[in-house]
Design a binder for this molecule. Structure first.
Ligand SMILES: NC(=O)c1ccc[n+]([C@@H]2O[C@H](COP(=O)([O-])OP(=O)(O)OC[C@H]3O[C@@H](n4cnc5c(N)ncnc54)[C@H](OP(=O)(O)O)[C@@H]3O)[C@@H](O)[C@H]2O)c1
Length: 347
């Protein structure tokens, strides 16, 4: 593979998408090894996110992580529409969207996917994920105490009813691949036991301070590609996702030391580590400079084996996106969402 220079002095130039590695999925499809996140964390305007998508595409990004709940698929779709009109080929781009929690009902899944397709101005999705394994939803911009009065625990029969509809999306050609997000090993075991069409990917929080080694290995062992959200540690995440014990991978002295040696931002080290480990990071940015350096991180010189071993030891099991707003009864802690004892938390 040809490596680009480490520095961003080629800023403003495009990175040839052919120099960006890809992951081969269980179906044989090729997913670009880095995507652009599009969740503005309730702070960044939809227009700013759409502008970032436009710029990212112009410099060589070919993978975009969207979701109906981000509220910006229509604005992003206008950008896709114009890119495709101006010569970008649809099959050169990987587009993911997600089914939001309030659309798990059997009659809601297909219309919700159709709305994402219409908003995004495309006629198929490369990947459609069930965003959370709970039908519990929250209003945009809510705080950590928000609860859905109809919230329920994980109910496998209900999840499978939703999954069957998602499988139908593949049958009718609206979606090429399907997957999960925010799952755990015990939930995934049940799903794999009962699926007709297997998930090709699971989107999950992954960064040097939250490496989820057991789940990562389980997924890889079962041919399911981990997609890593918040790969930089989500420094601008909403207040509802902040607790006093949270740590930040880009503040980690060891990550900073490696970044200093390479002359890059610590975020770039996090992205290089992610790609070399085998997950697909989907960093968010609206800064043109950061968008460029994040893509260059993947196309450029890799970390050394020693760097990779050193970063593996930095894991602090520090989950940042805890999901408190999805809890279903009083006096629970966020750990109840994540089956930390290896069994699905009972109702
Ligand atoms: N499936 C799920 O439940 C789920 C949950 C959370 C997130 N996600 C997805 O994952 C994506 C990314 O996660 P995230 O937005 O939480 O966190 P993130 O990508 O870890 O962090 C984004 C932040 O990092 C900054 N940043 C990016 N590149 C940088 C660089 N090179 N140097 C310095 N700062 C940099 C950005 O600021 P600038 O804009 O200034 O660059 C932005 O504030 C989301 O957009 C969304 O698509 C999915």
């Amino acid at each position: 593979m040809q490596f680009l220079t480490q520095s961003a002095d080629r800023f403003e130039k495009m990175i040839n998408p052919k120099l960006v590695p890809y992951r081969t999925l269980s179906t044989g499809a090729r997913m670009p090894a880095i995507g652009l996140g599009t969740f503005g964390s309730d702070q960044v305007s939809h227009k700013a996110v759409a502008d970032a998508v436009q710029y990212a595409a112009s410099i060589g990004y070919r993978h975009f992580d969207c979701a109906s709940v981000y509220g910006n698929e229509d604005q992003i779709g206008r950008v896709f529409g114009s890119l495709f009109q101006n010569g970008l080929r649809r099959d050169d781009v990987w587009i993911t969207s997600k089914l939001w929690n309030d659309k798990h009902g059997e009659n809601d899944v297909i219309p919700s996917c159709e709305k994402s397709l219409a908003d995004l101005r495309i006629d198929y999705l490369d990947l459609y994920l069930i965003h959370w394994p709970f039908p519990n939803h929250h209003p945009p911009g809510c705080d950590v105490s928000a609860r859905n009065p109809h919230a329920v625990p994980y109910i496998h029969e209900n999840y499978m009813r939703t999954w069957r509809r998602v499988e139908e999306l593949v049958d009718c050609g609206l979606v090429r691949h399907i997957g999960t997000s925010n799952m755990t090993i015990p939930k995934m075991k049940l799903l794999l036991r009962d699926v007709r069409i297997k998930p090709v990917a699971n989107e999950m929080e992954l960064h040097p301070h939250f490496q989820q080694p057991d789940f990562f290995d389980y997924l890889m062992g079962n041919g399911i590609q981990p997609i890593g959200f918040s790969p930089i540690g989500s420094p601008a995440r909403p207040n509802r996702d902040r607790t006093p014990g949270d740590t930040s991978p880009i503040e980690d002295p060891t990550i900073r030391e490696i970044a200093k040696r390479l002359g890059v931002h610590p975020a770039v080290v996090c992205i290089k580590w992610a790609v070399q480990r085998g997950q697909v990071p989907i960093p968010f940015s609206t800064s043109q400079y950061n968008l460029f350096t994040n893509l260059l991180a993947v196309a450029g010189q890799p970390l050394t084996t020693l760097d990779m071993e050193t970063i593996e030891k930095l894991d602090r099991n520090c989950r940042l996106i805890k999901g408190q707003v999805f809890l279903w009864k009083d006096n629970q802690t966020w750990e109840d969402l994540w089956d930390v004892n290896g069994v699905i938390t009972p109702a």
